[in-house]
Design a protein around this ligand. Structure first.
Ligand code: HEM
Ligand SMILES: *[C@@H]1O[C@H](CO)[C@@H](O)[C@H](O)[C@H]1NC(C)=O
Ligand SMILES: *[C@@H]1O[C@H](CO)[C@@H](O)[C@H](O)[C@H]1NC(C)=O
Length: 326
């Protein structure tokens, strides 16, 4: 058994250094070291979504929050330690990002299928996001692989880089520019809000604001669960980010055009003044195929943000902790 593991560890090492030392990710990275990896991940993601359809949205968001903080290195998955305050309690993540149990389940299944620790947690996040999008009706795209896992995480870095839902367009765009992403990337990737839910704390200010652009009937439908001065229970009340929160369709963009944008930042992409982002929103509202195609491309771009490759970082044994130094 030990010999097999050493041998497999060597194969994984060879795959890691062979394909990735130049910093390039490749779609067939695990083709030799673990050909079962991708099917295994897809299976566990599919089962998790069958059990709870929202999980697909949650997995897509995890990949985004991983990549925006020092690159796609699995940092969002690390638990706090005595010496490190990680990203889980950052403003955008605390009591908000979810899916860690599913990532643990995927990691266990893929390690069993690969007979060892071969697939990185950062790659699992990228694949789980893609598989979620496909499971919820979107079109598939190839995911470049070979990311290695970081050995640190940072709450401060997460607070500094992940956008918050009260920003205006220039601020929002600045957070994307800081990552080398464009206005179009912002509009296309925000299309992920065709999936999932937001808590009352993030949309309340739009419900009770006379100058808000929300459709009054839509706002009224949310009043009861998310009252103006509601306590803790209200703050957690979920509302769908678009009218079809478990389907990868263009309802999100249609909603921006008819007063159903739940978050202030969503509405910032379309304000009816005929600006650049208005045109993009209209285009995607009317072209589902183009939305799917451009979304896949933008997800690849997101997934390529500063990955660790070659012998940088490590392949974590457990996604929540860095490997022990023995
Ligand atoms: C552009 C700036 C963005 C802002 C300000 C933003 C903000 C938010 C907020 C406030 C929530 C609700 C969280 C909660 O209630 O706890 C949310 C949910 C979500 N976000 Fe974003 N987001 C942005 C971009 C993105 C991007 C680029 C993606 C993915 C590519 C994404 C994917 C999601 C998904 C799928 C959900 C639903 C998660 C679930 O239901 O578990 N968001 N976002
Ligand atoms: C995270 O949320 C919990 C529950 O609302 C709160 O008690 C805690 O102070 C928050 N942590 C941070 C770092 O904001
Ligand atoms: C109400 O909405 C307007 C327009 O979006 C905004 O300028 C203003 O800051 C909002 N006020 C509050 C209290 O949220």
């Amino acid at each position: 058994m030990a010999a097999i593991l050493i041998c497999l560890a060597f194969m994984a090492f060879a795959a890691g250094t062979g394909a990735g030392s130049s910093g390039e990710l490749t779609a067939d990275y695990y083709g030799d070291s673990c050909p079962q990896a991708l099917a295994t991940i897809k299976f566990v993601v599919g089962a998790a979504i069958l059990k709870e359809p929202r999980m697909g949205a949650s997995l897509v968001r995890l990949h985004f929050h991983d990549c925006f903080v020092n690159g796609c290195d699995g940092s969002v998955l690390l638990d706090d330690t005595d010496g490190m305050v990680g990203e889980k309690t950052a403003k955008a993540n605390n009591m908000s990002v979810r899916g860690f149990g599913v990532i643990d389940a995927i990691k266990a299944a893929v390690d069993t299928a690969c007979l060892g620790t071969v697939v990185s947690c950062a790659d699992i996040l990228a694949l789980a996001a893609r598989d979620s999008i496909v499971a919820l009706g979107g079109s598939s795209y190839e995911v470049p692989l070979g990311r290695r896992d970081g050995t640190t995480a940072s709450k401060d870095a997460a607070d500094a880089s992940i956008p918050n839902p009260f920003m205006d367009l220039p601020e929002l765009l600045a957070t994307f520019h800081a990552q080398g992403l464009t206005l179009r990337d912002l509009v296309v990737l925000s299309g992920a809000h065709t999936l999932g839910y937001s808590r009352c704390v993030f949309y309340r200010s739009r419900l009770y604001n006379e100058t808000s652009t929300l459709d009054p009937a839509y706002a009224a439908s949310l009043d009861e669960q998310c009252s103006r001065d509601g306590g803790e229970e209200d703050q957690e009340a979920l509302a769908a980010l678009d009218d079809t929160p478990t389907t990868m369709d263009t309802e999100y963009y249609a909603g921006l055009m008819n007063g159903h944008a739940l978050l202030h930042t969503d509405q910032q992409l379309y304000n009816g003044d005929g600006g650049k982002s208005d045109g993009m929103v209209r285009y995607y509202a009317e072209n589902q195929d183009k939305f799917w195609e451009d979304f896949g491309k933008a997800m690849v771009k997101l997934g390529n943000l500063s990955p660790l490759t070659g012998d940088e970082g490590e392949v974590r044994e457990y996604c929540r902790v860095v490997n022990s130094q023995e």
